[in-house]
Design a protein. Structure first.
Length: 419
């Protein structure tokens, strides 16, 4: 009985410390679920433009707002769906789920349609570059739509136009990255050919709607996306969160062609690992969540990966938000905390724990607790070791809580699912 009480107390203390340290800012809003229900306004036209085939396309979006929210102005996240720039919509299951779950945390979210093209154009490098630019133009038109609404229509969605973020999955992530980081001013990396193609379809801003308003974005969420060139990132660019699987054969984790399984050459891009190397080099605030051994957008069909995606996104985005309306206090956003990676997660038999790069030179103590608060595994990690492999043994399937404490520091935590 005494062991159970001590273990339960340890689990409660662990979870409480985790919750307080990560949620004190904004009283937990933007990280934790705050609202039970949402109001969804569908099929709002935010613009209109012509696609590569010459057809006029009405550009539509859906808005998700938390019911019962009393804040005068709320931060906005616009999400763009995946589908290889040839298919998909704003109601795609994964992007709709992400939009709903982030709105329940206190954001206003919007899921957009953007111009698509025919699958045959994927093999044409000129056309796919144009399509990427045009999709990014549509994303910028969506940003301008909300700023215009705030300026001339009474701000019907109560958006804080100083807190407008953009995220996407797969093709939608490629859209988001180019929207934020590809600019004419990047003269050292933006070659003449790209500029010429952009000019042929309306430039990087485009003509999809709502001219005269800013299309600036305050942070980007990249889920399995890539840039044509990671060097598009410059010092003082917007903060970036990326989530990406190392075995992604659709959009490479590092450098390679899209759709690597196709036996003919497609466009070559630079994925999240190279983008974040660049971000570190030039000093852009960033976090890369690597899904080791996972394929393309693993959260689309896996609940555990989806839960991790939402948790990591909410933690990162909360630190981008102004909490004055929530708490009445002016506070500096904290630096992003070091994190641990666990892979594979969910795990069938064993999993590997990768510690932060700045851990070298510090020993660490590892504990794995079950949901009853019992310590089921513990180990010491040497001060120069950055990886540790933990065997499942006879542990039953379920949710576990991993805690790693370094001397003089707060514990690093991660949830682990054993299948």
């Amino acid at each position: 009985m005494q062991f159970k009480l001590i273990s339960c107390s340890l689990l409660i203390a662990l979870l409480t410390a985790f919750t307080l340290s990560a949620s004190a800012q904004c009283n937990g809003r933007y990280k934790n679920v705050q609202f039970d229900s949402l109001n969804v306004t569908s099929d709002i036209q935010y613009g209109q433009s012509v696609n590569l085939e010459g057809d006029t396309v009405d550009l539509l979006l859906d808005v998700y707002e938390p019911v019962g929210d009393t804040l005068n102005e709320r931060p906005l996240i616009i999400f763009a769906h995946g589908g290889s720039f040839t298919s998909g919509s704003k109601t795609n299951g994964a992007i709709q789920e992400i939009s709903r779950r982030m709105a329940k945390r206190g954001f206003v979210t919007a899921s957009i349609n953007y111009r698509l093209t025919s699958a045959g154009n994927l093999a044409d490098s000129v056309k796919i570059v144009k399509e990427t630019i045009m999709a990014a133009q549509d994303g910028k038109a969506a940003l301008r739509f909300f700023r215009k609404d705030a300026a001339v229509n009474g701000n019907q969605f109560r958006i804080d136009t100083d807190q407008m973020f953009f995220g996407g999955n797969s093709a939608g992530a490629i859209l988001a990255l180019h929207l934020a980081y590809a600019e004419y001013e990047d003269t050292t990396v933006m070659n003449d050919e790209i500029e010429t193609l952009a000019n042929e379809v309306g430039g990087f801003e485009g003509n999809s709607g709502n001219p005269g308003y800013s299309s600036d974005v305050d942070a980007v969420v990249n889920m399995s996306g890539a840039l044509k060139n990671a060097a598009y990132l410059d010092a003082n660019d917007q903060p970036l969160l990326s989530l990406h699987g190392t075995n992604d054969q659709t959009v490479p984790y590092d450098r390679g062609q899209v759709y690597q399984s196709i036996p003919f050459q497609l466009i070559t891009v630079e994925g999240s690992s190279l983008i974040h190397e660049r971000a570190d080099t030039v000093g852009v605030t960033n976090r890369l969540k690597t899904f080791y051994s996972a394929g393309h957008s693993p959260f689309v069909n896996d609940t555990a990966y989806m839960d991790t995606t939402i948790r990591v996104t909410a933690e990162f985005m909360q630190k981008r938000c102004d909490c004055y309306q929530v708490t009445g206090l002016v506070a500096q956003n904290p630096m992003d905390e070091p994190s641990i990676d666990v892979y594979p997660n969910p795990a069938p038999d064993q999993f590997t724990i990768r510690l932060p790069e700045d851990k070298n030179g510090q020993a660490a103590e590892l504990q794995l607790l079950n949901n009853q608060g019992q310590i089921v595994r513990q180990a010491s990690i040497g001060k120069y070791d950055r990886q540790y492999r933990l065997e499942r043994g006879n542990l039953p399937a379920g949710l576990y809580h991993l805690s790693i404490r370094q001397e003089g520091g707060d514990p690093l935590q991660e949830k682990v699912v054993l299948q």
